[in-house]
Design a protein around this ligand. Structure first.
Ligand code: NCD
Length: 325
């Protein structure tokens, strides 16, 4: 090929001083309030850019590897869409049973293989700490897309972004986390993130599925005002953000224990009659009966908008770790 026929050099270059450039994203505890504000700002900019031009070449020539050892619809496809909209490309290993993992390959070997091909690795795995382990072996940034019952930092940043975009503030709000607070990794990460704000937290769960004591300890240490309940009625009227979660069936050792708590809370139009007119209802999805479809047309139902916001936040995170934001 003659030099004249060579493609243009990338328009964007790495900014080595950019926050989170080359860093792993393993836990929300890595994000100071200032870092969070930065992510929200970049995500907001991504939202505007996508609305205006759809896709652009911020990460042109970069490759993202999506490595998922657990099922996913939104997280895997939104990371893929994020990378595509940033002008990069994606290697998807969404079904590890069709990869060498099925032959017994270890996580470190799989990670070392993918780092040879890709610039950033997104990992979902059933074990707590798997993302940290992968990061230990991987020279490229690793983004934790859920490690068992541990954390789901990108989702929690999406949740924060949703609250900010929808209600234009975070400080001063009453946030109610409802459902499986024991096994739900998204609420673990979100509760930790909310420690940076002056919010009132209401934790509503079946008695057998409370927020883990170590997270309650972190909330206390951060001086966050929170209370624990089993009845939503006790807190609904004062709630600004109702964050609903599914009971995490796959984390239960026996089916009976799951059956005893599934369907513990179901949000219906009737439920919302007792809620503030400007409250928002969020859910990380998938929902499996916790929110009736009859709620979907209520303007307070923010969960489909939350899914869309996921694209912008993941674009921001990918661009950040690649030094392009
Ligand atoms: C969540 C997850 O995987 O932790 N989904 C998601 O990524 N939005 C929530 C869930 O599975 O209940």
């Amino acid at each position: 090929m003659s030099p004249a026929a060579l493609p243009d050099a990338p328009t964007f270059t790495d900014r080595r001083d950019a926050p989170f450039h080359g860093k792993d994203i393993l836990s929300v505890r890595q994000f100071s309030r200032q870092d969070q504000e930065y992510v929200l700002r970049v995500a907001h900019e991504m939202r505007n850019l996508v609305a205006r031009i759809g896709s652009f070449d911020l990460c042109r020539g970069k490759i993202l590897a999506n490595l998922f050892y657990e099922p996913s619809t939104r997280t895997s496809s939104s990371f893929a869409a994020a990378m595509e909209r940033l002008g990069g490309s994606v290697i998807s290993i969404n079904e590890v049973r069709y990869s060498s993992v099925a032959k017994g390959e270890s996580l470190p070997d799989t990670v070392r293989t993918l780092e040879s091909y890709a610039d950033v690795l997104v990992l979902r795995h059933p074990e707590v700490g798997a993302a940290a382990q992968a990061a230990h072996y991987c020279k490229k940034p690793v983004i934790n897309a859920g490690d068992g019952v541990g954390e789901h930092p990108s989702q929690a940043l999406i949740d924060l972004f949703t609250i900010r975009e929808e209600l234009e503030r975070i400080d001063g709000l009453t946030v109610t986390l409802l459902g499986d607070l024991r096994y739900g990794r998204t609420v673990h990460s979100l509760a930790r993130l909310l420690c940076s704000y002056k919010v009132t937290l209401r934790l509503v769960s079946p008695e057998s599925l409370p927020m883990p004591p170590e997270i309650c300890e972190e909330l206390r240490a951060a001086g966050l005002s929170f209370t624990q309940h089993t009845e939503l009625d006790e807190v609904l009227a004062a709630t600004d953000v109702l964050y609903v979660t599914r009971v995490q069936k796959e984390r239960f050792a026996d089916v009976e224990a799951y059956e005893a708590v599934r369907g513990a809370y179901v949000i219906t139009p009737e439920t919302l009659r007792a809620a503030k007119p400007e409250m928002i209802v969020m859910h990380p999805f998938p929902r499996v009966g916790e929110i009736s479809m009859d709620v979907d047309d209520d303007p307070r139902a923010a969960y489909f908008r939350q899914i869309e916001y996921g694209l912008y936040v993941r674009m921001a995170l990918v661009a950040m770790v690649l030094g392009r934001a």
